[in-house]
Ligand binder design. Structure first.
Ligand code: HMG
Ligand code: MG
Length: 297
């Protein structure tokens, strides 16, 4: 049986923009996120408090956080890699902190400049401090299926990272198909392992759509009762440390699927369409979402 309700977290302003070469002025980011805030989305990841030398496109995270018009029905979260990032994020205003690391050693090293073992103490203190400040904490685990450097990642590597993050106190886990390479049998294999250990409410899936497999993988996940997914408006984005990776599943496309199936999301399609056209126009390029293309706008 498929879920009656699916919760989407909009990651376009973070995952979508982080790899963007064209600088999007702060006021445009704020206007765009305000449009998204008004669409019925329950959570928006609005930016990333990482080292701005690594992700220049989001170097204005603090200004964005301070200027947002906050809708009380929306949870505003941001990516936080370390204590310095957490300090800035708390100052700018967050409801939730998202910490992140990889199941693959090489991807972890390339992405956050540390081994998996050396990442644990950093994230432990960030998670504990964020919880003390009363924030919800999500733990992203990247490369849960395949790694661009190491190839297939065994589920036990994913499980050991999940175990640690939960032990440190994360509220939920977002599992990333970072390079968008998984097929449904891989999703089944991982969910078979995870769901014998953890309740499905703790699991979010984060599919990149590099090979057009995200919708098939989401359908498979929903058959397991998973009802929380990350998506990016228009399909904007890609990971700077995962060569060739495309953006997340487009919010527009997953909404087309969910609403077509009669699954509720609380999200207004028309407002998502407007916010898609806004960002498409600002960035001056056609976004890859298939249902956005099909709308002929
Ligand atoms: P580091 O650069 O390796 O080293 O940072 P450091 O900790 O020694 O710091 C070096 C310099 O950066 C210092 O400044 C720090 O103050 C500064 P300096 O003294 O040289 O002038 N610094 C910071 N400045 C601002 N905010 C901070 C911060 N931290 C240090 N928070 C770090 C380590 C993890 C911060 C770095 O490697 C980094 O920023 N990595 C970011 C990588 C990233 O953002 N990747 C993309 C997001 S993850 C993703 O997309 C995957 C996901 O979507 C799921 C999926 O798809 O699988 C989540
Ligand atoms: Mg991602």
């Amino acid at each position: 049986k498929l879920p009656d309700f699916v919760e989407l977290k909009e990651v376009g302003p973070r995952d979508g923009l982080q790899n963007e070469q064209k600088w999007l002025p702060t006021e445009d980011k704020v206007e765009w996120i305000n449009m998204l805030s008004d669409s019925g989305l329950g959570e928006i990841e609005y930016s990333s408090f990482v080292n701005p030398k690594w992700i220049p496109a989001l170097s204005d995270a603090r200004a964005v956080g301070k200027q947002l018009k906050r809708n009380p029905n929306v949870r505003y979260s941001a990516l936080v890699p370390n204590m310095k990032g957490l300090e800035f994020a708390l100052e700018a205003g967050i409801d939730g902190a998202s910490v992140f690391m990889s199941a693959s050693e090489t991807h972890n090293l390339n992405n956050i400049n540390k081994s998996i073992q050396n990442t644990y103490p950093v994230l432990k203190s960030v998670i504990e401090e964020a919880k003390r400040a009363g924030k919800k904490v999500t733990g992203y685990v990247s490369t849960v299926f395949d790694c661009p450097y190491e190839g297939k990642i065994a589920p036990n590597k994913v499980l050991s990272v999940c175990e640690k993050l939960l032990e440190f106190g994360v509220d939920d886990l977002s599992l990333g198909d970072t390079i968008g390479s998984a097929v449904p049998s891989q999703v089944e294999k991982l969910l078979d392992e995870l769901l014998t250990r953890y309740p499905r409410e703790k699991i979010i899936l984060h599919f990149h759509d590099t090979r057009g497999m995200a919708i098939a993988n989401i359908m498979t996940s929903m058959q397991y009762g998973i009802n929380r997914f990350d998506s990016s408006i228009g399909g904007l984005g890609g990971c700077p440390y995962a060569p060739g990776a495309a953006g997340n599943v487009a919010t527009n496309d997953i909404l087309y699927l969910l609403h077509g199936l009669g699954i509720k999301t609380g999200i207004n399609d028309k407002k998502i369409q407007e916010a898609s056209l806004f960002i498409q126009n600002k960035l001056g390029k056609v976004l890859p979402s298939r249902s956005l293309l099909a709308s002929g706008q």
